[in-house]
Design a binder for this molecule. Structure first.
Ligand SMILES: NC(=O)c1ccc[n+]([C@@H]2O[C@H](COP(=O)([O-])OP(=O)(O)OC[C@H]3O[C@@H](n4cnc5c(N)ncnc54)[C@H](O)[C@@H]3O)[C@@H](O)[C@H]2O)c1
Length: 330
């Protein structure tokens, strides 16, 4: 029996595939490489290039492999891009996501672990944010994930599809083999490290007048290895007959942008220039997970919740791959 990993050529997907195969699981990856890298998928892993919304392709995959569950990472994930091109996000994340669910149900696959996000909560009313916090996304990206969560609930009700929606906070860090390479890059840590490598003249710090101790926004950074192990724990939970649910993945620790940059300067020993810029619309001041449910329901805890260690792992990957994955890997 195999696990279908969508988006397995992307950042979090590639690390999860690495961990699943290391644990002896059989994995099949589908990715259209629109944002991912062929080189991020081990040549020993069965790989299909194409869209998750391509029903013929997903039927071929489920016909050719005994798929018992799906981990669904494939999506577009830039908040700013989603504000500028909402149709692209609803089409890719929701339209294709629903087609995937339908294909899986028709093939008899009844377990899915879904990449959701803290962006489904919107502006927090209280921090740390628990799963019971109201969900009012402030951008189309967050809405696209919100909609798939609701579709999963309806599919559970109608067809008995069991799911865990994992609402991640900020993924960060790397393994020796797999790291974060997006074009353009919108995430803070890779941009900070690009500045440390001299590939960027400075790091833009968006907002220095938030109601936080140093005025910059506070986020909860979770190591990508901890995200991967949580997906495997969620899969085991479903295999054990667990009910459908939504679970935050964070560490419960918040760091400001300036704290993170200071930590990166220490880890890298390099100069990292910053530029203070206005707030970006829709960026909350503080996003920190209440991470108790993951510990209770999945018997999981982050093993790498030290910011310096997270940055060190990403720095090691960036030093080994200063230009990221090869450009001709599509
Ligand atoms: N990175 C984070 O901090 C973060 C936080 C919360 C949630 N998430 C979610 O986690 C998932 C993975 O994030 P990531 O940072 O690894 O992103 P990523 O862009 O590195 O990976 C996504 C992968 O999906 C593929 N893809 C996109 N649309 C597809 C489609 N229609 N068909 C087939 N393949 C498709 C891309 O080519 C890419 O390889 C996403 O769903 C994202 O929304 C990420």
């Amino acid at each position: 029996m195999a696990i279908l990993v969508t988006g397995g050529a992307g950042y979090i997907g590639s690390v999860t595939v690495e961990m699943l195969t290391a644990q002896g699981e059989t994995v099949v990856v589908v990715d259209n490489l629109s944002r991912g890298h062929r080189a991020a998928v081990d040549p020993g892993v069965q790989f299909y290039q194409g869209d998750v919304g391509d029903r013929d392709l997903v039927k071929r995959i489920t016909d050719e492999n005994q798929i018992e569950s799906c981990i669904h990472f494939a999506a577009f994930a830039y908040v700013g891009e989603s504000v500028e091109q909402p149709a692209l996000y609803f089409q890719n994340n929701v339209g294709q996501g629903i087609a995937l669910l339908d294909s899986l149900i028709k093939a008899g696959v009844d377990r899915i672990v879904f990449s959701s996000t803290c962006a489904t909560y919107g502006e927090p009313q209280e921090v740390p944010i628990a799963e019971t916090h109201p969900q009012h996304p402030t951008n189309p990206y967050g809405w696209s994930k919100f909609m798939i969560e609701r579709a999963l609930e309806a599919c559970d009700h109608a067809y008995g599809l069991k799911f865990v929606a994992l609402r991640y906070f900020n993924a960060a860090g790397a393994t020796a083999a797999h790291g974060e390479h997006h074009e353009p890059e919108s995430h803070l840590i890779p941009n900070v490290l690009r500045a440390a490598l001299g590939h960027l003249s400075h790091v833009s710090v968006f907002g220095s007048d938030y109601e936080t101790p140093d005025g910059t926004a506070i986020r909860d950074y979770i190591h990508v290895l901890d995200l991967a192990s949580a997906h495997i724990a969620a899969l085991q939970y479903l295999r054990g007959g667990g009910e459908s649910t939504a679970i935050n993945l964070g560490t419960g620790n918040g760091y400001s942008v300036l704290e993170l940059i200071a930590c990166a300067r220490e880890v890298t020993g390099r100069t990292i220039e910053i530029n203070l810029e206005p707030r970006r619309p829709g960026d909350p001041s503080r996003l920190v997970a209440d991470d108790r449910k993951a510990r209770e329901v999945l018997s999981w805890a982050p093993a790498h919740d030290n910011l310096a260690a997270i940055i060190q792992s990403a720095w090691t990957w960036h030093l080994a791959h200063p230009d990221g994955y090869p450009a001709d890997d599509k």
